[in-house]
Design a protein. Structure first.
Length: 400
C-alpha cells in the first residue's frame, strides 16, 4: 500500500529550494539569479507583509480613537463639558470638529451671532459685495451645540469656571423665553450671578483673537478695521471723500490701501506707519516688503514712514508725532496697535496692563501663562501650566 505524503511546502523547504535554485541559476546568468532570489523572498515574506498591513489598517484607527478619548478624559459615561470662547477662525474650526462628537457637551461663546471671514472684510469697506464673508454660527454647528452670545469677562482656572456677560439681545431673548430648563442663557452648566453668568467646564478653548486698540484721543473719528461692525458706514463715507488717511502699515493697512487706490484711483490716499518698512511681520522677507512699498507708491499712495498719528486738532486735522506735519483727511481708518484680547485673563488685568505682569510663580496660575504678546502655549496648544485649557489664534503669543 502506497502512502501519499502532503505536497505542501514548509518554510524550511522553501529556503532549501531557494538556495538550490540560487546555485543552479549561477550557471545561467546573474540577472536570472536576482530574479529567482527576489521571487523566492517574496513568497516567503508575503504573508508577514499582509498581516502587518491588516494590523495597520484595522488596529491603528482603534488605537487612535482610544488615545484621543484617553487624552481628553472621555472614557467615562458622563459627557465632557467643553467650552469654546471666541468665534473666529480657531474657535469655529475646533467647534465644527467637536460638534460631531456625541460624547461632548459643547458650549460656544461669542459676542456675535455670525462667523466673519476677516480677509474679505476690507472688500466690503470699499463697497464690494460681502455676502459670502459671514456665516451664521448655527449653520455650521447644528442644533446640538449651545451658542451663547456674550463676552467672557472673567476666568477662574482653579474652579474651572468662567463668567459671561451676555449681550443685550441675548438677555432680551432669555427674558422672553423665561430662561428655559437648561439654566442661564440656555446652558445646562450655567448659573446666574451678579454681573453675569458663570459656566463650568472640563476643557476650555480660548480663541478670543485680537483687536485694534484705538487711542481715546482719536475717538470715533476713525473707522475700526477689525470687524464688519466697525466698517458698516465705510462705503458711503469713502465715496464722499477725496482725502483718505490710513493709520498703520501692517497687513490690514497695506491691503486696505491697495483696495482703495485700485477701486478709486483718483482719491488721495496717505498711509502713516511707525516703522521704517511696511509689513513688519514679514521682516524676514525684505523682497516682499519692497514689492508692497513699490506697488503702493507707483499707484500714488503717499507713505509716511517712521511716524505716528498722536492726536487730532480742533479743525479736524490729524497731528503727527513730530508736530510739524498735519494731515487733513475726509475719512480715516485705524489699522495699528493690534493687541490680543486678554481682559478676561485675570482679575488684576482690569487695573493693570499686560506689560506689568508679575514674575512667574512656582505654582501654576494664569498670570504665569501671560505675556504682552498673548498666551503662552506648549507644542500641543495647551496653555502653559494647565492640562485642561487650550488656546489658538491671535490670542496666542508666537514668541513663547
Amino acid at each position: 500500500m502506497t502512502t501519499t505524503k502532503d505536497s505542501s511546502l514548509t518554510p524550511l523547504d522553501v529556503l532549501l529550494l531557494t538556495l538550490f535554485g540560487c546555485f543552479s541559476a549561477v550557471r545561467f546568468h546573474p540577472i536570472a539569479l536576482l530574479q529567482h532570489l527576489f521571487l523566492s523572498l517574496f513568497r516567503l515574506f508575503a504573508p508577514v507583509v499582509f498581516l502587518f498591513y491588516r494590523s495597520v489598517v484595522f488596529v491603528t484607527p482603534l488605537y487612535a480613537s482610544w488615545l484621543v478619548r484617553y487624552v481628553l478624559g472621555r472614557t467615562t459615561s458622563t459627557p465632557s463639558r467643553v467650552v469654546i470662547v471666541g468665534g473666529g477662525f480657531a474657535g469655529s474650526c475646533v467647534a465644527s470638529v467637536l460638534s460631531l462628537q456625541s460624547d461632548i457637551s459643547l458650549t460656544y461663546v461669542d459676542e456675535g451671532a455670525r462667523f466673519q471671514y476677516t480677509p474679505s472684510i476690507l472688500k466690503g469697506a470699499v463697497g464690494e459685495s460681502n455676502e459670502r464673508v459671514v456665516a451664521d454660527h448655527r449653520s455650521y454647528l447644528g442644533d446640538s451645540v449651545r451658542i451663547v452670545r456674550g463676552r467672557m469677562s472673567r476666568l477662574d482656572a482653579e474652579k474651572k469656571r468662567l463668567t459671561i456677560s451676555l449681550n443685550a439681545s441675548a438677555s432680551k431673548n432669555r427674558e422672553a423665553s423665561g430662561g428655559g430648563p437648561r439654566g442661564a442663557g440656555g446652558v445646562e452648566h450655567a448659573f446666574e450671578e451678579e454681573g453675569g453668568y458663570t459656566v463650568d467646564y472640563d476643557f476650555l478653548v480660548l480663541s478670543t483673537g485680537s483687536s485694534y486698540h484705538v487711542p481715546k484721543r482719536l475717538g470715533s473719528s476713525v473707522f475700526h478695521c477689525d470687524s464688519m461692525d466697525g466698517l458698516q458706514a465705510s462705503p458711503e463715507a469713502l465715496r464722499a471723500s477725496s482725502r483718505i488717511l490710513i493709520i498703520g502699515g501692517g497687513i490690514t493697512g497695506v491691503e486696505l490701501a491697495a483696495e482703495i487706490i485700485t477701486r478709486f484711483p483718483s482719491k488721495e490716499v496717505t498711509l502713516v506707519h511707525g516703522g521704517d518698512r511696511l509689513l513688519p511681520a514679514h521682516s524676514d522677507n525684505p523682497r516682499v516688503q519692497q514689492y508692497v512699498q513699490s506697488f503702493l507708491e507707483q499707484r500714488g499712495v503717499k507713505l509716511l514712514l517712521n511716524n505716528r498719528v498722536v492726536s487730532r486738532g480742533a479743525r479736524g486735522e490729524y497731528i503727527l508725532r513730530d508736530g510739524e506735519l498735519c494731515i487733513y483727511a475726509d475719512c480715516a481708518y485705524f489699522c495699528a496697535n493690534s493687541q490680543p484680547n486678554l481682559n478676561f485673563a485675570h482679575p488684576f488685568l482690569s487695573s493693570q496692563s499686560p506689560t506689568s505682569l508679575p514674575s512667574p510663580s512656582p505654582s501654576p496660575s494664569l498670570p504665569r501663562s501671560l505675556s504682552p504678546e498673548g498666551l503662552l502655549v506648549e507644542a500641543d496648544m495647551r496653555v502653559r501650566g494647565f492640562e485642561d485649557i487650550f488656546a489658538g489664534g491671535d490670542v496666542v503669543s508666537l514668541k513663547g
